[in-house]
Design a protein around this ligand. Sequence first.
Ligand code: GLU
Length: 398
Amino acid sequence: MSILSNRAKSLKPSPTLAINAKAKSMQAQGIHVISFGAGEPDFDTPQNIKAAAVKAIEEGFTKYTPVGGADELKDAVIKKFQRDNGITYKRSEIIASCGGKHSFYNLAQAIFDVGDEVIVPAPYWVSYPPMVALAGATPVIVETKEENGFTLSMEGLKKAITPKTKALILNTPSNPTGGAYTKEKLEQIAEIALSHNIFVISDEIYEKIVYDGFKFISIASLDEEIKKKTIIVHGVAKTYAMTGWRIGYTAGPEEIISAMNNIQSQSTSNPTSIAQKASVEALAGSQETVSKMVAAFQERRNYIVDRLNKMPGVSCFKPIGAFYVFPNFSSYYGKSYEGKKFSNSTELADYFLGVARVAVVPGVEFGADPFERLSYATSMEDIKEGLNRIEEALKKLV
Ligand code: GLU
């Protein structure tokens, strides 16, 4: 009998986190690596949020809370949806979990079965297909095109639907492309989802990180019918520079939230009480720091997109939101460095890390091999230096 389960054997570590760990270990060895790896804001968690956590500790808010989060946090989430999206939820339709990833994982465990198909538009976030597969279901990858802003075409979506389709995953704004859905596109998707009785899992973690006045719309806000078929996955990590605090939340039909609650009560129990209090302050307190961070991200986006598009043979879509660029480097595939030929995004990323000391995540991990992903949630100084290194490294290829 083998030691590991088939489930564990088929799983590889998250490539975003693995690349981050590799860059950090090289930095610890004194190697000056510029990391465009995992998407983690370089800003510190805002002071008012930290103070709320300190207060929670001092007041002894350090015990179990209800499994799905304290009422105070659920109420802050409810107010957020009302204020920002015009959607009304009840407490029984909200659950807090240990990060957006955990929210998605529990949701997948709650609604997917063996034989179910789940539509995953590509490029996709690295963890969607494994989490769907861990729940026994089959991810059905549907490609999106750069000329469509990396959003689904309705023909592509319709073609992928079968009687086994249980859900569609939407991530707007998208990690890794920065593409985002307009109201018109969401209305078309909602119509298709409703006519085929498919759930929409809407990952809205980058909702607040949008540029040039783009108006974010949640598909659940369109009407009551689609709201009943939508489950929103969200969290505080990206908006409030709170990646380490691990608070995500899910909003959706009571039956699903209740099942997630059962799963959570048999696994992690409640997310950390102190982080819950901090998240209440994040969601309900002053939002001033958010606009400052977004302004900085926009400046970095403008710089990085411009620089990449000026590099010979590189083309880069201008993101509407999130903090990643997804440039196409495929014109370099087939070229060599010191006799070693690169034929894909993994080999080119290895070259960037090994020779240029720049960490990027290979596009193949997102289901799109012509590309590399760079997170620009890092300082402008590092962005400039990292791009100089990439530019020099590309020049060395013959
Ligand atoms: N979501 C971020 C990323 O894509 C953080 C790492 C992860 O969980 O994948 O880089």
